[in-house]
Design a protein around this ligand. Sequence first.
Ligand code: AMP
Length: 201
Amino acid sequence: MTASARLLIVGPQGSGKGTQGVRIAESYGIPVVSTGDIFRANIKEGTALGQQVTAILDKGDLVPDELTSEIVRDRLSQEDAANGFLLDGYPRNTAQVEHLDAFLEGRGEALDAVILLDVPREESIARLALRAAEQGRSDDTDEAIAHRLDIYENETAPIIEVYSARGIVDRIDGVGSLEEITERIAAALSARGLRSAASAA
Ligand code: AMP
């Protein structure tokens, strides 16, 4: 039996969702689809898309919904995402939820679970400041960080209500060690009957 899981991980910037997303995706044998990573890779490579979005990312604004959704549809259409995927950073507002719904419905699919990493705002800001010092990301300036957290609270948090109404949200305490948090997520997913690649083998 192969593992299959269609997952979304949501949380404020600095919640550790990128790190946890990779760990969970690995255990399920599914690819991580991170829109932020896709944009940053394109900026680094100097592609047309990269040139189009570089100023937007630097300011901490959102890339237009249609463009972002098209990129995600292309990525999810690749073969490695046929059995599942873990979305990180998309959808980021309710318009993008509608785009994703339409795409998945067209394939007879739906998200199985939404992992919400709960981290207090002060903790997120402290972790982002640390990442800024370590990685030097151009959008980790104080101004862009505050702007991104505001966008999260105003535009992204509402998507949690949409998914909660569908009964697919698992709220996970995001404060603790890496291992502890991964275990909490794994336990929540397995309680939904989502079996990881290791347990399905
Ligand atoms: P992230 O790595 O998820 O924090 O994303 C970094 C930046 O990429 C964001 O601040 C946005 O500028 C852009 N971005 C990532 N995902 C999306 C999305 N779903 N919609 C619009 N813009 C996005």
